[in-house]
Write a protein that binds this ligand. Sequence first.
Ligand code: FMN
Length: 373
Amino acid sequence: MYQRIIKPLLFSLNIERAHHVVLLMLRIFGLIPGGRWLLRKCYAVEHPALEREVFGMRFANPVGLAAGFDRNGEAFRELAALGFGFIEVGTVTPRPQAGNPRPRVFRLPKDNAIINRIGLSNRGLETAIRHLRRPHGGVIVGCNIGRNTSTPAENAPADYLKLFRNLYQYADYFTVNISCDNSCREGTTHTREHILQILNPLFDFRRGQNQYRPVMLKISPDMTDEVIDRITDVLMETPLDGIVATNGSHGREGLKTSRTALEKIGSGRLSGAPLTGRAVEIVRRIHTRSGGTYPIIGVGGLMSADDVRAMLDAGADLVQLYTGYIYEGPGLVRDVCRALIADAERKATRTAPDAASDAGETSGKPQDSAPNA
Ligand SMILES: Cc1cc2nc3c(=O)[nH]c(=O)nc-3n(C[C@H](O)[C@H](O)[C@H](O)COP(=O)(O)O)c2cc1C
């Protein structure tokens, strides 16, 4: 149904318009009595083999929706009903911001990819609070936070702290997005000093709270291995809970889309199939260096169940989808979940009788205060 009817309709629209239509339809579905139940009935797969315990929280399945899809938290409950194990809302900035001029999101169908330079367009902290304070209905909701484009780099820590403080009670975990689109140079935002200037005030605030909220750091696939190692060391040496790897890339290597078309599109982050290899490689590198004990959310070019398997095998505890979801539709989460159940059952029969305990895996970093169970 998605491939034959819905996708051609959505792909006939400008991608941002299609995105608005989808969010609107989901919200309408959410208002209809039984709407979310129906979505869950069609798409959600439940099975003990899918459950994961990561940073003290129980995830119904390891497949989440990546940041950027529900930037203002307006449809997280409906999206969860489509079968995701968790939803990452945002990126939210303190003040609303319009982002870059349109068009700013482009499909690359020949590459199963997207280029976007949205520039963290979102309706700001107040709107996010209004949406996230609604009952979550059992779904794990992460909040991805970033600084306003107009905030000077030296005031960036204050932006992150303001978001963290004010959203603390409304999200289950936080992702600090240090990548920036047009407003700054990544070389300066990826130094240990800069990262700690942002993270330390969050850790200090968290120490005074009764509830524990894990803090993740989202990284770019364009970082050198040296920078990735430096960030992995930050993970091991500070109360940072985990890493979300990765965001989209500024690279354009190996694409089937013509050079002319790419030049016409211009700058922006590339996501989707061309990213799979690098994202998996980065997750493996972090996992190996950190000894496999720190939570990693693997994201980037996960277009099929096999891609998700590769990401989990590389050491990710959880995964997130974005571009794969646009190209493959809501059936992708269901297909991935079914494939993971089949894998777990195969593994259980191979190692029977005592392999049933393989089904749920646990990971988590020793925490600097009580976990939010
Ligand atoms: C249109 C679009 C908007 C995005 N917006 C955000 C965002 O606001 N914050 C963020 O951290 N990542 C954002 N992302 C990046 C995704 O969360 C994800 O990290 C990236 O697209 C790689 O995954 P994918 O290949 O499955 O799309 C965006 C991606 C796309 C395609």
